[in-house]
Design a protein around this ligand. Structure first.
Ligand SMILES: [Zn+2]
Length: 114
């Protein structure tokens, strides 16, 4: 984790954009020990996201930021939002944020890799 104080205090002031800057991709999230969950906005189905399995399917550069795939519950047409808890930090952040400064939005996915 970048800029981690031993007590985690520095990170308390971070907003979603800073967290996105630290962990744009699911590969970075795995390296940093993120715990990610998805919650359906329609039916509230909440599931743990298996990041390591996702890396195998989508590749380590895949990004969950600002994505909202369809709910996996049978018959539900809702969409899910992702939230994550970064590493050993206490905070849970919704994975919605603008691209950090110096990164440009990519048409394919996520913020550009400069
Ligand atoms: Zn649902």
């Amino acid at each position: 984790m970048p800029d981690v104080a031993p007590n985690g205090r520095l990170l308390d002031r971070w907003g979603p954009v800073e967290w996105r800057g630290a962990a744009e991709s699911i590969g970075q999230m795995v390296d940093q020990g993120w715990q990610v969950t998805s919650r359906c906005q329609a039916c509230d189905l909440t599931m743990k996201t298996d990041l390591e399995a996702l890396v195998k399917v989508k590749g380590h550069r895949f990004s969950l930021w600002n994505t909202s795939p369809r709910c996996r519950r049978l018959g539900c047409n809702g969409r899910v939002v992702f939230s994550g808890k970064p590493g050993n930090h206490w905070r849970t952040v919704e994975l919605r944020a603008q691209c950090p400064p110096g990164k440009i939005p990519s048409r394919r996915q996520g913020c550009g890799w400069l």
